[in-house]
Design a protein around this ligand. Structure first.
Ligand SMILES: C[C@H](O)[C@@H](O)[C@@H](O)[C@H](O)C(=O)O
Ligand SMILES: [Mg+2]
Length: 443
């Protein structure tokens, strides 16, 4: 089924001026322009099918990721897709272990974001050629093939190939029923879109009222910049959603460890399910200390959107530093590395609640979490996938939300293909949208 030699790779810098409306803003990222390094790979096969992949960025710096994608391109060009996916572990290893490029990683930062964009495009291409959405490609794949996509280097002390195989084989039981359930009911979601930090109280109230009308029952609010503001905003939301609905808080790495504990003790009365990214994403023991202090107050720790790689996730799990694990489809090395993290989370019995606050992240991560439910976790307890209501109109296959749940995508691929018109308009700095904005800034 898999065909063609990769004949072309292009990468573009696509930016949306979301900062103008405060969309996506938080305590650390006060002016985010949701952006992507957008990769398209083509083959010499006659079908004309292209693979599209993104990694998520915030405006400035997208051009750096674009450079890194170009630096990785020679690993992909002129390769047969059959050879890539036939030894996907080897290919992942080749990309992440480039003897020169790994010096500016390894498996972290810009070069890893670039790896994600390239691999996301490969998964999109593979799934499109198979005529299946990525989640279904994964669900239908036999456990041995799934395991052959994973690089177990650095994680065999907690997850060996044999462990992974065993977990996936166990996951086969009841798979058909769970797939049916997903197709009928979808995967539960929560919304972050009402309560970005840059929104006024009026906007917050209006969006929250609308979200309640639309059936949302789980809400995330940004905190961390100013305690009085947090108290006021959390009070507004809690009053509006009532005591039963779920509230989460997200500080985006704003605090030191003692400050996180102190601040959250003051917000505990709003009964948050979790505090997300209370401190530096690299501080594993710091997260463990915060977790130890806050779990008795009924507050869990969630983190992962800026977790470099499977090694850090391994240590967060080993150190009991998190109660909710947030995978990211563009920060980790695509499906391959996410598979290893889903399996480690299963082993440690920690619920996975993916990160999706960005452009295209909802589109991608829905595939991973639907696969996780059907083939790995088999549980919805304490689990939900983030949703943000921004920029879906720029995608060829946008997410479908019904009754506050992600409905499994049916179109082949990874839902990553962007509308050419949108890409052209938003390309930085020459697209129509940016030409206008940059000219206005000059005047
Ligand atoms: C800058 C971005 O919008 C972040 O604030 C966002 O990803 C956030 O942390 C989230 O959890 O959705
Ligand atoms: Mg977050």
């Amino acid at each position: 089924m898999v065909r063609g030699r990769i004949s072309r790779l292009s990468v573009r810098d696509v930016r949306f001026p979301t900062s103008l409306g405060g969309h996506g803003s938080d305590a650390m990222h006060t002016d985010p322009d949701y952006s992507a390094a957008y990769v398209v790979i083509e083959t010499d096969a006659e079908d004309g099918i292209k693979g599209c992949g993104i990694t998520f960025t915030l405006g400035k710096g997208t051009e750096v990721v674009v450079c890194a994608v170009n630096a990785l391109a020679h690993h992909v060009l002129n390769k047969d897709l059959k050879d890539i996916v036939g030894d996907f572990r080897g290919f992942y290893r080749q990309l992440t272990s480039d003897g020169q490029l790994r010096w500016i990683g390894p498996e972290k930062g810009v070069v890893h974001l670039a790896t994600a964009a390239v691999l996301n495009a490969v998964w999109d291409l593979w799934a499109k050629q198979e005529g299946k959405p990525v989640w279904k490609l994964l669900v239908d794949m036999d456990p041995r093939t799934l395991v052959s996509c994973i690089d177990f280097r650095y994680i065999t002390d907690v997850l060996t190939e044999e462990d992974a195989l065993e977990l996936l084989q166990k996951g086969q039981v009841g798979k058909k029923e769970r797939e049916k359930q997903m197709l009928a009911q979808g995967y539960p979601a929560y919304t972050t879109s009402c309560a970005w930090l840059g929104y006024s109280d009026d906007t917050l109230k209006q969006l929250c009222a609308q979200a309640l009308k639309d059936g949302w029952t789980r809400f995330k609010v940004k905190v961390g910049a100013d305690l009085q503001d947090d108290v006021r905003r959390c009070q507004i939301i809690r009053d509006m959603i009532g005591p039963e609905k779920t509230l989460m808080m997200d500080a985006n790495q704003r605090w030191d460890v003692p400050e996180a504990v102190e601040w959250m003790s003051k917000l505990a009365k709003f009964k948050p399910l979790w505090i997300e990214e209370p401190t530096s994403p690299d501080d594993i023991l710091g997260h463990a200390a915060i977790s130890k202090a806050l779990v008795p107050l009924g507050i869990g720790i969630a983190t992962g959107e800026q977790c470099h790689n499977r090694v850090i996730f391994k240590q967060l799990l080993q150190a009991k530093a998190l109660q909710f694990l947030q995978i990211d489809s563009c920060r980790l090395g695509s499906v391959n590395e996410n598979l290893s993290v889903l399996l480690m989370a299963k082993k440690f019995e920690i619920p996975v609640c993916p990160h999706a606050g960005g452009v295209g992240l909802c589109e991608l991560v829905q595939h991973l979490i639907i696969f996780d439910y059907i083939s790995v976790s088999a549980s919805l307890k304490n689990r939900m996938c983030e949703y943000v209501d921004h920029l879906h109109e720029h995608f060829e296959y946008p997410v479908m939300i019904q009754r506050a749940s992600y409905m499994p995508p049916k179109d082949p691929g990874y839902s990553t293909e962007m509308k050419e018109e949108s890409v052209k308009k938003h390309q930085y700095p020459d697209g129509e949208v940016w030409k206008k904005l940059l000219a206005a800034q000059e005047n």
